[in-house]
Write a protein of this length. Structure first.
Lengths: 253, 310, 127
């Protein structure tokens, strides 16, 4: 055989850059729409505050970030649709024909999708916080509680990771979105019907004690809310699920 | 004389051994031994169907065989997938399977980031020559334009192995000629092994030096085009009235047509031997002509054609 | 000189190229010392496999009609273009004509007569 030097494979950096460009460019239009919505909401919030008289002011704390948990969770749920929209009709074509190990390639796409999601979430959170600044500045008794900054991020991440599991396993976005929703809904219904609470608590307690055993202080901290404790348990489990899905999907038999 | 189904030699750019693949109940490949020599232009012909495309997909690890093995450039498509795919310029059967929303120029740049050996200048020259609409989104192109983009994507990183599935499908005649011309220049310039799966044998005739005939998942014939066109000839002979033709042995006879007292055979064999065989059977050979590669392919694909000893 | 090949391809391409070069020599369009197009160039121009061009050049070199100088190109040799080469080409023309005539069950004599009749009709002296 001719001993001709082989053409090189692309470097990890080149692949990552290419995928990053792909994901962000792909989402350009959606991001603009999202930005428009955010701007409108901020505008409304600011306008509302400007119109408030001094006697309508308040006191207490605004759980500014906790309040964003649900919207950002929704964003995380829908995010994989955008991440994988580039590959149509199916991944088993161009994406797979590229000179990259498929597990790595898919993982990279999921990971980069997450990075962009976090970036966008942070921007939204910052915008939301900024929109309430006028009131906070005006009313001395009003405060913004920024302690739970990680809560919306964790919610969005958890949602993204769970849907990504299905996105990795199935190629058709319709299929995995339906399955993800059905799966989550089904789990909820089953959970309500059967007494899964006990089971869930059991799982959480086990994982917590593991954390404590390996010297993790976080979970023992009382200031962490119930929700927070659940994230710390379920996020690693979901991540493990995603990892398994990635490894299984492109197994080199 | 038997129609060859195996090439002799070693130093294959590509070799399969007993390659098998079925899709449910449909058998696409029944254990084929396809061998493509280095720096050759190998044309794989056969009816439109799963066999050819499946073989090509297995090389790209886009399909996994049920049995047998495949090796390209000394690498295993499964085990050495990424490294092998970096050496291959692939044109799939479908024209539109990349990111349709991307403008062509961006698609070229995206593809280039995956192939460090990408020659931007060459890509630009090819784009111009093939008149690619660089600003238009890939998904909005016509079949022919999309095909031409795929050609640039495959050639511009100068891979040692080109795997084309119906490369000129969907192109108008002028575009077809330009494409083949571009390909001819490419292989004249860079040492490349080319595997083309096509049902349009006619236009690849000038480039092909090897041909494999695949039908019903089996290689009916595999040889150099030289040997095929030397051995498969058309004999036109005159026969006496009431000649029953039973004296002509069946082996090697692919086609038979009769027009009154004139009968035409397509026979595989050395000219001298076939002439005497026909003469002994009572037929007076008037004319012996070479076949075009397409005619040969058609004959080898016909139900009687090809080597049936499997 | 422009080398062209028959798109119908009834004759192997390498043989066509060999014939073209022979014809060029016989007609004086290719003189000793002239450089033939490079393998790459001719293959690209004709849209053919470069191995076919190599085959043609090898055949020509074997017959002593060209000389391949590594790295410098393929040169037409100055072997005498005698009548033998011309006759050889003429013979293959005759072969083709005879083959066609045989299809009509006509022999050499009839063919020669038909050619002479054609010459007479064209108003030229039969030599």
């Amino acid at each position: 055989m001719t001993n001709r030097t082989l053409n090189p494979e692309p470097s990890a950096g080149a692949i990552a850059t290419a995928q990053l460009r792909l994901v962000t460019l792909l989402q350009k239009r959606d991001l603009l729409v999202l930005a428009a919505i955010v701007v409108v909401m901020i505008g409304l919030a600011l306008w509302g505050q400007v119109r408030m008289g001094p006697e309508e002011g308040g006191s207490g704390t605004i759980p500014i970030f906790r309040g964003l948990s649900v919207p950002l969770a929704l964003l995380g749920l829908l995010w994989p649709l955008g991440v994988w929209r580039a590959d149509s009709p199916e991944r088993r074509g161009y994406f797979w024909s590229l000179p990259v190990d498929r597990r790595r390639h898919t993982s990279l796409r999921v990971g980069i999708g997450w990075v962009v999601l976090v970036g966008v979430s942070l921007l939204i959170m910052a915008a939301a916080a900024a929109s309430f600044l006028p009131s906070v500045i005006r009313f001395e008794d009003l405060r913004m509680d920024v302690a739970q900054v990680w809560e919306p991020l964790a919610t969005a991440t958890l949602a993204y990771v769970i849907v990504s599991i299905f996105a990795v396993l199935f190629e058709s976005p319709v299929r995995w979105m339906i399955l993800a929703w059905v799966g989550v809904l089904g789990l909820y219904i089953v959970g309500e019907a059967a007494d899964l609470d006990g089971l869930v608590e059991g799982v959480e307690d086990t994982v917590e004690s593991l954390f404590v055993a390996i010297g993790g202080p976080v979970v023992a901290d009382e200031s962490v809310s119930d929700w927070g404790r659940q994230y710390l348990v379920w996020l690693p489990i979901a991540a493990a699920g995603l990892l398994s899905a990635l490894l299984w999907r492109h197994e080199e038999r | 004389m038997n129609i060859p189904t195996k090439l002799t030699g070693n130093g294959w750019a590509l070799a399969t051994s007993g390659l098998r693949k079925s899709y449910g109940k449909t058998v696409a490949l029944r254990g084929i031994d396809l061998t493509v020599p280095e720096e050759s232009v190998y044309v794989l012909v056969g009816p439109n169907g799963a066999g050819k495309t499946t073989a090509l997909k297995i090389l790209l690890d886009l399909a996994r065989p049920d049995g047998g093995s495949a090796e390209a450039l000394g690498m295993n498509p499964r085990r050495d997938g990424p490294r092998l795919r970096a050496q291959i310029g692939y044109i799939p059967e479908a024209q539109k399977w990349e990111h349709g929303w991307m403008p062509v120029s961006r698609l070229l740049a995206y593809h280039a980031s995956y192939f460090p050996s990408w020659d931007g200048e060459y890509a630009a020259r090819l784009s111009k020559r093939l008149e690619l609409p660089l600003e238009r989104p890939y998904g909005k192109l016509s079949k022919g334009q999309a095909r031409r983009v795929q050609i640039v994507l495959a050639l511009a990183h100068r891979p040692p192995l080109l795997v084309f599935d119906e490369p000129t499908d969907g192109l108008d005649p002028l575009a077809r000629e330009t494409t083949l011309s571009v390909l001819a220049e490419h292989i004249a310039e860079y040492a490349t092994t080319v595997l083309i799966s096509t049902h349009l044998v006619h236009e690849t005739e000038k480039l092909a030096d090897h041909m494999g005939v695949l039908r019903d998942g089996v290689l009916r014939a595999q040889a150099t085009t030289d040997e095929i066109q030397r051995s498969l000839l058309r004999y036109r002979a005159e026969v006496p009235d009431g000649w029953d033709g039973r004296a002509v042995p069946d082996s090697g006879v692919l086609r038979r047509a009769a027009r009154g007292r004139e009968i035409e055979w397509m026979v595989w064999g050395s000219e001298g031997e076939v002439r005497s065989m026909l003469g002994e059977a009572g037929a007076q050979v008037r004319e012996v002509t070479r076949l075009t590669l397409e005619e040969a392919a058609v004959a080898l694909l016909s139900p009687e054609g090809g080597n049936h000893d499997q | 000189m422009l080398i062209s090949i028959d798109p119908e391809l009834r004759q192997p391409i390498y043989a066509q190229i060999v014939d073209e070069v022979r014809r060029g020599r016989v007609l004086g369009m290719l003189r000793p010392g002239d450089v033939l197009p490079s393998v790459r160039q001719l293959a690209a121009d004709l849209g053919i496999n470069p191995n076919t061009v190599k085959q043609a050049y090898r055949e020509l070199e074997r017959e002593g009609l060209v000389h391949v100088r590594r790295g410098q190109g393929t040169y037409v040799t100055d072997s005498a273009v005698d009548g033998a080469e011309r006759n050889r080409m003429l013979r293959s023309v005759a072969e083709r004509a005879l083959a066609q005539a045989r299809r009509l069950d006509a022999g050499a004599e009839e063919l020669i007569e038909a050619v002479r009749a054609l010459e007479r009709r064209n108003g030229r002296e039969a030599s």
